[in-house]
Design a protein around this ligand. Structure first.
Ligand code: SIN
Ligand code: CO
Length: 384
C-alpha cells in the first residue's frame, strides 16, 4: 500500500503518529478512510458463509427493551432465519479473510500494526435497527462501514457491569459520550475496553479488523503445551532404599520429595519463548484446512511460473519470523538458507513475491513444497 493510501486510511496522520497518539489510547474516527468502499461480499455471499458449517458465525437478535431476553445462535445458520423482517437482527461472520482473498488484502492494509497482533476480519450484516447491543471488547478494533449506514455510540466508562442472565455480554448502564453515523468507507478505531453500540440505519454491513490480545493465562496454557512437546528430562523414578510403609495407600513424603526434585529440572530459556511464539502465533484456527492444487506443476514448471508471474501466500497461511527463532509457517518452524532470508521476510510482510525476477534454487524448493501443501498459490498470469 502506498504512503498516500495509508494517510487516507488514517485520516491524514502517519502510522507512527497513529501508534503514538491513538493505538490503545483513544478512538479515531476517519471519514472516507477507504473512498468508494462498499464492502467485500454481497449479502448472499455473507449468508452462504454464515450457513457453512466450517465458518464461525453468530446470529443475534438484541432486544433493547428486554436485554436479558436477547437471542444468540451460533452457526451454521439456517437460511430461513436470515429472512426475518419483523424484529431487528444481525448475523456476524468471523474470519472472512480466511475465505475471501480481498478480505485478506483488506486485513493486511492494517499491517502497520505487526501481523503478530492481527487476528481476523469479521463482517456483520444487519437489517434496520440490528446490532449486538452496548458492550466492550478486550481487544482493539477498526470498524469499517461497508454498505448502508450505522450509528455508533461510544463511551470510555469505568462501569463495566453486565446485564445478568443475557446470552450476550451487554453493558447494564451504557452512557455514550460520542454519537456518530458512519457511511460507506468511514472508519472508527476503538481501543480495548471502550464501550460501544452500533445500530444499523437501514440494511448495513460493517467490517471489523480485530487483534489478538491473549491473556497471560492463555499464553501460559499454550506455552506449557509447547514445552511438554519439546522438553527432554533425564532420569526415572527409582527407590532402591524403599522401606516398609504402615499404610500402602500413602503417597510418601519421600516420593513427593523425589518427584519435586525431578520437576525442578524443568527449565526454559528466552529462545524457547521465541520458538513457542512463532508456533503459537502462526497456528491456523481449528476450522482451517489447506487445499493442495488438483494437478500440481512439477518443480521445474513451478519455478518458471513463479519467476515469470510471482506467487502469493494463501489467505489462510500465517508466516511470521523473529531474529531469535527464525521463520514459522502455519504452526511449524522451517529451516531456511541464510541467503533466502531477506526474500522470505519480504514474502512474509507483503504476502506475495512479484514476478519478473530470478529466484535462488533453494527458495524455489521451499516455495514449491508450500505450493504442494496449498500454503501458497501461483499468481495469475496477466491477461494477454
Ligand atoms: C457489529 O459489527 O455489529 C459488531 C462489531 C463490534 O461491536 O465489535
Ligand atoms: Co465490539
Amino acid at each position: 500500500m502506498t504512503n498516500a493510501m495509508i494517510a487516507t486510511l488514517l485520516g491524514g496522520i502517519t502510522p507512527a503518529q497513529f501508534l503514538a497518539e491513538y493505538w490503545q489510547k483513544k478512538p479515531l474516527l476517519v471519514r472516507q478512510a477507504l473512498p468508494g468502499f462498499t464492502g467485500l461480499a454481497t449479502r448472499e455471499e455473507i449468508f452462504d458463509l454464515a450457513c457453512d458449517p466450517d465458518v464461525e458465525s453468530r446470529y443475534v437478535r438484541y432486544l433493547p427493551e428486554a436485554p436479558s431476553e436477547s437471542h444468540v445462535e451460533h452457526g451454521p445458520q439456517k437460511r430461513s432465519r436470515l429472512r426475518g423482517k419483523r424484529e431487528p437482527w444481525t448475523v456476524l461472520v468471523q474470519g472472512l479473510n480466511l475465505w475471501v482473498p480481498a478480505a485478506d488484502a483488506l486485513l493486511h492494509r492494517f499491517d502497520f500494526i505487526p501481523q503478530a497482533r492481527l487476528d481476523d476480519l469479521m463482517v456483520s450484516y444487519a437489517v434496520d435497527g440490528g446490532g449486538v447491543g452496548p458492550h466492550f471488547d478486550n481487544y482493539d478494533v477498526f470498524l469499517l462501514q461497508g454498505i448502508g449506514k450505522r450509528r455508533w455510540q461510544i463511551a470510555d466508562q469505568k462501569d463495566h457491569s453486565l446485564v445478568e442472565g443475557a446470552p450476550l455480554r451487554l453493558l447494564r448502564d451504557f452512557r455514550p459520550v460520542h454519537d456518530w453515523v458512519l457511511e460507506p468507507g468511514d472508519l472508527l478505531y476503538l481501543p480495548p475496553h471502550w464501550a460501544h453500540n452500533g445500530i444499523a440505519i437501514g440494511e448495513c454491513t460493517t467490517y471489523s479488523v480485530g487483534f489478538k490480545s491473549p491473556t497471560a493465562q492463555e499464553l501460559a496454557y499454550g506455552f506449557l503445551d509447547w514445552l511438554g512437546e519439546h522438553l527432554c528430562l533425564q532420569g526415572m523414578y527409582a527407590d532402591p532404599n524403599l522401606t516398609l510403609q504402615d499404610n500402602s495407600a500413602e503417597i510418601s513424603p519421600a516420593m513427593i520429595e523425589q518427584v519435586a526434585g525431578m520437576l525442578n529440572g524443568i527449565r526454559w530459556s528466552r529462545a524457547d519463548v521465541a520458538a513457542f511464539l512463532g508456533s503459537y502465533l502462526t497456528e491456523p484456527k481449528p476450522s482451517v484446512f489447506f487445499e493442495p492444487p488438483g494437478e500440481p506443476l512439477d518443480r521445474a514448471a513451478f519455478a518458471q511460473a513463479v519467476q515469470a508471474h510471482g506467487c502469493a501466500l494463501d489467505p489462510r497461511t500465517l508466516l511470521l519470523w523473529s531474529s531469535e527463532a527464525g521463520f514459522h509457517i502455519n504452526g511449524e518452524p522451517f529451516a531456511s538458507n541464510p541467503d533466502d532470508r531477506d526474500l522470505l521476510a519480504i514474502l512474509a510482510h507483503r504476502r506475495r513475491i512479484e514476478g519478473g525476477q530470478p529466484l535462488p534454487a533453494s527458495l524455489l524448493s521451499l516455495l514449491h513444497a508450500w505450493y504442494e501443501d496449498g500454503f501458497l498459490q501461483l499468481a495469475e498470469k496477466p491477461a494477454q
